[in-house]
Design a protein around this ligand. Structure first.
Ligand code: HOC
Length: 360
């Protein structure tokens, strides 16, 4: 098999190595998958505006985010159960992120313990949370994360429950019993216990265990239980970004959950300008959703994102070749972004303002 030269080639090779139901779970979206498709298509609505006769011998991709230095404005989005695609799981993807100088966000539904992931990692780590009905479990995880050296918490706020994902319904998708949400072992029933025809086990589990009553007022409870900064992921409007800043969020992630939650939700790239206009002078805005090449990343940066997060591509790389495959995905994305910086005459990330893109 030839070495993939694009993230799409990683998708092709990585997905082919996955069991069909896992391929569907990772690749699929909610409902009719309108948002999944629209989020990718949104990148085609913008083109880059190159400058010329600029000294581009030393492009600088480094960035600081919440007190942490990253070698590139790239992070690995939180994704559940990396061991679904490779036995080395999150330890391998966290190592890959460290090698690329990227941020790694461990999912609350990681298939390895957050401490074991931290022991393997060589770069900065954040821990993602869903708001569970057993909220004391969140305080416990926050304390463990702090003790293990995690630098921030990322609360996903677009998932009062997991959406109806038709591919998973058709497959009656469940997580195999040997792959567990080990960080929640003591707090929650196993996902496999929710397996039933006509609904995916993760949707059923979330309907039982996620807290659909949580509101802005509850954030104070979480921030009072941790010294870590709290980042809110899943914000798609300026109104909510402003509320996030007012309620003490340290950053927001513009995201529609990879098209996996509200179907027909706005593509992140379209929502990004109104959000950065509203809050980027107060808190950093991160972007997640459909980045598949360096030019995509550059467009999101130009629209105001401090860094971009990538999800599925990292799992394609992991499926291809474990840590080395995930690292190759992140290096490819970083190298493509560097090439965009050189060839567009914008050698610093600060050069990517609104004037770096034009809407077609
Ligand atoms: C109850 C298990 O964010 C996804 C994840 C959902 C996490 C698993 C929930 O699939 O988008």
């Amino acid at each position: 098999m030839s070495q993939p030269l694009t993230l799409e080639e990683f998708e092709h090779q990585g997905s082919a190595r996955m069991p069909p139901d896992v391929r569907d779970y990772i690749g699929g979206g909610a409902g009719r998958e309108q948002t999944l498709a629209a989020s990718r298509a949104a990148f085609d609505r913008f083109a880059l505006r190159p400058r010329v006769l600029v000294d581009v011998r030393a492009p600088d991709l480094s960035v600081r985010l919440l007190g942490t230095s990253l070698a590139a404005p790239i992070g690995v989005a939180p994704m559940a159960f990396h061991r679904l695609v490779h036995p080395d799981g999150e330890q391998a993807t966290a190592r890959a992120a460290g090698a690329a100088g990227a941020l790694f966000v461990t999912s609350i539904f990681a298939s390895q313990s957050l401490e074991d992931i931290a022991a393997a990692a060589s770069g900065p780590l954040w821990l993602q949370l869903y708001w569970l009905r057993r909220r004391e479990a969140l305080a416990d995880l926050a304390q463990r994360a702090e003790a293990a050296g995690y630098r921030a918490l990322m609360l996903t706020v677009d998932a009062a429950r997991v959406a109806r994902r038709l591919r998973d319904v058709r497959n009656s998708f469940s997580v195999p019993p040997h792959i567990r949400a080990v960080n929640l072992d003591a707090a929650l029933p196993e996902i496999a216990a929710y397996g039933a025809a006509g609904i995916s086990a993760i949707e059923a589990h979330s309907r039982d265990q996620f807290d659909a009553a949580v509101t802005w007022r509850d954030l104070e409870w979480l921030t009072s239980r941790t010294r870590l900064p709290l980042v809110l992921k899943g914000v798609l409007t300026a109104q909510d970004a402003l509320l996030a800043a007012e309620h003490g969020a340290a950053a927001v992630v513009v995201s529609n959950h990879g098209g996996r939650q509200l179907d027909a939700a706005v593509p992140g790239l379209i929502a990004l300008p109104e959000i950065t206009d509203a809050v980027a002078h107060r808190i950093p805005v991160l972007f997640d959703g459909g980045v598949r090449c360096g030019a995509d990343a550059a467009k999101a940066l130009a629209l105001g994102a401090r860094i971009v997060l990538v999800g599925r591509p990292v799992l394609w790389g992991l499926a291809c070749a474990g840590r080395d495959g995930a690292a190759a995905v992140l290096k490819l994305l970083r190298d493509e972004l560097e090439e965009v910086m050189v060839l567009s005459g914008r050698p610093k990330l600060a050069d990517f303002g609104r004037d770096a893109v034009v809407e077609l």
